[in-house]
Design a binder for this molecule. Sequence first.
Ligand code: 5AD
Ligand code: FES
Length: 358
Amino acid sequence: TNINQIDFKKSLSGEEIAFLIGCSGANSKALREMAGQKAIELRGSKVWFRGLIEFSNVCIKDCFYCGIRKSNTKVPRYNLDDEAIIQAARYAFENRYGSVVLQSGERIDNKFIDRIDQLIKKIKEISDNKIGITLSLGEQTKETYQKWFNSGAHRYLLRIETTSKELYQKLHPVNKLHSFERRLEALKALKEIGYQTGSGVMVGLPSQTISDLANDLLFLKEFDIDMVGMGPYIEHEDTPLAKSSQSAYTQEERLHMTLNMIATLRLMMPDINIAASTALQAIDPMGREKAIKCGANIIMPNITPATERKNYQLYNNKPCIDESADDCLSCLQMRIAFTGRETGLGEWGDSLHFFKKQ
Ligand code: 5AD
Ligand code: FES
């Protein structure tokens, strides 16, 4: 097969998507160029900033791939106090980031739920209602999502991780907290409430096939997702997955497939927001720039206080551990300039897709 034989004006079939994810050489070069141009055409030249605050690594879940899983006793647990979180949000506001992302390990106790609610209100207050608030706090009940939405959060990130139910079960313990159905229900609830909803998957997991990855992209399209974050799976040395099974893919292959996935999805869903994930940079120093060239238009500079960054490692070799928020801001501005694109600051930079659906 050759990329010239594919009609991009029609909906792509599973086989075509699989071909695009796996293609290399001249085919993948053409795919990525086409997607990079599409992104600029539909979403403009700007790459939008989201200030990421990883405020706590306390987690009730035990995903086999994740470095901050509950059973990993080697990680010192932390929980930033409100003042430090507000301070980080203020930094994002003052530097004209369109929004902040509050991310942490998963917790479902009432104390946590109320705390987040208060934080959302406080961040609205200090930013004069201007800064966008995105949450990335895992699976919660619909009531909780609604409560946070009513208080002013308007975007939510929850990766489906993989849409192969069989693979999902291999990556998680079998219990109520870790079911594929529960995760899908959570995603549906977010969409029903009216959040701009973000999801995505890990690429290059042990026993994941190209056809699984093609199904992942078909799922995102069918779910009519607004925002996507996809990154390569990277081993974390203190996790069962890294100890028990080796991925069939080299790091280079994972990078290659992730970039092809981003490019293919950009052509399938031209008006959504797609992130250049940080995990890409753990594999390749220029990984995020490459993703931008393939059609990504969102970047998430870390604004977590430097003191705690080392304890939020979901995978090995995470970048920016010793850097400050200022370092990441200027670093990413430079990196975006290098790709020939502009830094998107001062506005929300919403997913156009979301508003077209309204
Ligand atoms: N490698 C790559 N990505 C990971 N994540 C968690 N653990 C890993 C890992 N070992 C991703 C998951 C999660 C997001 C916050 O980080 O997709 O949803
Ligand atoms: Fe953090 Fe470059 S993005 S140092």
